[in-house]
Design a protein around this ligand. Structure first.
Ligand SMILES: [Zn+2]
Length: 679
């Protein structure tokens, strides 16, 4: 696949419009006229398998034909977005298409708000279901590929597999084939995990988390099979239409969502498509450090996976009785998408929803089509953006040479380990689980230091590390040989390597290494873990003083460190005198996770949490200052830069409640309270 080509000369700004049965047919003509008048470029129409092939083999496109004609008449481009997870009744009745939970119970396939017509969700490991889905896709593509308004095909809306999906006979067979392809004879699987299966067919779908390895393998396979579903649909579209871009967009990407409960593999999936996208699943307010960093975290992940990408669902406001969003917060979302390097934004959705549990949700206009404050705000910034559209289509975000490693296997084992007997996440640290908390927290702290760090997927670390001065390893529980080699090379050329205490704790089969850290990292960092505790399991949480600040209690995992060589310096000590932070050459090892410290404050924010967060920030500032110029924008101001060739533009965010004037690249500017603006 020609990955991530740049298909459009201008930044694209559109909105989702139709998901049967809303908006109502009598509203279509007026709405599409008003959408064009607002200055939006395109509308997204959802093809619902269940609506457009309600009866097997009868393909009915009456709704979409009329909408397509209205879009054409108003000069609007159209994104055709498939919804195959909304499958027709025949898929369940005649093809045995229902997903099956690991306990053998077929999963209910009645509707929810997002799948209002029902049909949620068949199993695409079932060959009959997949063939019927591909045939439906082919019919749609044949029907619309010559439509002059067609902009692109979005073939999969928010690919994800939830906890408990799917252990039907087809999924189990596919799981066994995958194991066989990976391991060869079953004895090799047994040897790897220390198991005693007599054949691949005997390998069970796990219902317990307590053996770690079974669940780890099962969820690794679930990631892979989901990528296979996407590949099948992509191939079907590409075979019939080589002209229009074929894309998909993730709902909650890997740096936000848990890899057991709601999984997807952004890196692998993005490789399949002309470009990838993401929903901007963030909060509605941007007040705490994490809330402010959250959109940038998602965008940094997306940019790493697909340098050309779109934000494919941006919610003008959420609804669900949460009150109206301030236009400034709506603008913050849009401008963070722009600053984070998105090349297109599709709002979700034009009219607020009127049905199901998404009622009154996410509209740019009210249910009856009347405008809101965000409607006017949208029109205003569309006018503002107009002169920049060509620049924004080519511009790349300017980042600092700081990389934060994302490793899917470490994230997965962190999630598996952090569960109670029922499999529920313990949420011990106030956040999600250690690997994600560590990553989200360290990104947040970098954002608070006004830096623009990159998220680096471990699968392209070797190439990405070349342009970095600092590489941060947040709770990287698994370090493969290839990664270990890259880390050694990075340190040898003087790159600052900062690792948290969980580094290389485990082998690829989930077993513990010993001593810790493993994979040769003890030598590289000149350190061993003498003792490791989880704060909730200790009577007296360990205490630490950072710089001149007050002593704070650690949260999450904490490790007492043992320097291994005379070259290892101890930078900080726990209250009992044992080493908490050590350094050998350009390798710094932390006996705790500043990211977890930060996230606990984002969730609860009591005085002790805030003191701990401030200590984490102070420590990070001190470590990074040696390699990176820390921006000195005024209090409350964040600046992100975009560059295309020699042209550099800035997006300025004012988090404060007062206007701020300052000098940006030699020019005096004033930013209003809570304003986000392109300069
Ligand atoms: Zn299945």
């Amino acid at each position: 696949m020609e990955a991530n080509r740049k298909p459009f000369d201008e930044f694209v700004f559109g909105t989702h419009y139709y998901r049967a049965p809303t908006p109502l047919p009598e509203e279509w003509a007026g709405d599409l006229e008003r959408i064009a008048a607002l200055g939006l470029d395109c509308v997204q129409l959802r093809v619902l398998w269940r609506r457009n092939e309600r009866v097997r083999g009868q393909y009915e496109f009456d709704d979409l034909d009329r909408l397509m004609a209205l879009a054409r008449a108003n000069g609007l481009k159209v994104i055709v977005k498939f919804m195959l997870e909304n499958a027709p009744d025949y898929v369940f009745r005649d093809l045995g298409g229902a997903a099956v939970a690991p306990d053998g119970i077929p999963m209910d396939y009645t509707g929810n708000g997002a799948f209002y017509l029902g049909g949620h969700r068949p199993c695409f490991d079932n060959p009959g279901v997949r063939a019927a889905a591909v045939e439906f896709v082919r019919r749609v593509v044949e029907h619309y590929r010559d439509e002059p308004s067609l902009l692109l095909w979005n073939v999969w809306n928010e690919p994800r597999i939830h906890r408990g999906e799917c252990a039907c006979v087809h999924s189990r067979a596919a799981f066994h084939r995958w194991l066989e392809e990976r391991f060869g004879p079953v004895e090799r699987l047994n040897g790897f995990l220390g198991k005693a299966w007599d054949s691949f067919e005997s390998v069970q779908v796990p219902r317990t988390f307590r053996t770690y390895a079974d669940m780890f393998l099962w969820r690794q396979w679930s990631h892979a099979t989901l990528t296979g579903w996407l590949r099948a649909v992509r191939d079907a579209v590409k075979a019939l239409d080589g002209r229009h871009p074929v894309i998909a967009h993730v709902g909650c990407c890997n740096v936000v969502n848990d890899p057991v409960d709601d999984l997807t593999d952004d890196w692998a999936n993005a490789r399949l498509f002309d470009f990838y996208g993401t929903s901007l699943s963030v909060g509605e307010r941007f007040e705490t450090p994490f809330e402010r960093a959250w959109p940038f975290l998602i965008l940094a992940r997306m940019h790493d996976c697909s340098p050309y990408f779109w934000v494919h669902e941006l919610y003008p406001e959420w609804g669900d009785w949460q009150g109206r969003i301030a236009p400034a917060d709506f603008r913050y979302k849009v401008m963070s998408a722009v600053a984070g390097g998105a090349k297109g934004v599709v709002l979700w959705q034009y009219r607020a929803e009127r049905l199901g549990h998404e009622n009154d949700l996410a509209g740019l206009v009210n249910i009856d089509g009347t405008p809101k404050a965000v409607t006017h705000e949208c029109q205003t910034f569309l006018e503002e953006l107009r002169p920049w559209r060509g620049f924004l289509a080519k511009a790349e975000p300017v980042t600092d040479p700081v990389g934060i490693l994302f490793d899917l296997d470490s994230n997965l084992i962190g999630s598996v380990e952090s569960r109670d007997a029922q499999g529920n996440l313990r949420r011990a640290h106030g956040g999600i689980q250690p690997a994600l908390d560590a990553l989200q927290g360290i990104f947040t702290l970098c954002h608070e230091l006004k830096l623009s760090p990159r998220i680096i997927d471990s699968r392209h670390l070797a190439e990405a590390a070349e342009s970095l001065e600092v590489l941060y390893l947040p709770e990287c529980f698994m370090v493969g040989e290839k990664t270990a080699e890259v880390l050694r090379r990075f340190a040898a050329r003087g790159g600052l390597l900062i690792a948290e205490e969980g580094l290389a704790l485990r082998q690829p089969n989930t077993w513990l290494n010993y001593p810790w850290p493993g994979a040769g990292m003890d030598e590289l960092f000149g350190v061993r873990l003498e003792e490791r505790v989880e704060s909730l399991k200790t009577r007296r949480p360990w205490r630490l003083r950072v710089g001149g600040a007050e002593e704070v209690e650690s949260i999450g995992y904490a490790a007492a460190l043992q320097p291994l060589s005379p070259e290892t310096q101890t930078l900080l000590r726990w209250a009992d005198g044992r080493a908490a932070v050590v350094r050998r050459g350009s390798c710094v090892f932390l006996g705790f996770s500043p990211g977890c410290w930060c996230m606990a404050a984002s969730q609860r924010g009591n005085e002790a949490d805030l003191a701990r967060q401030a200590s984490a920030k102070a420590l990070l500032r001190e470590l990074l200052a040696e390699k990176v110029r820390l921006p000195e924008w005024p209090e409350g101001i964040m600046v992100r830069a975009l560059r295309a060739g020699d042209e550099v533009r800035h997006v300025v965010f004012n988090y404060s409640d007062d206007p701020v004037s300052f000098t940006l690249e030699g020019r005096r500017i004033t930013v209003r309270a809570r304003e986000s603006r392109l300069f």
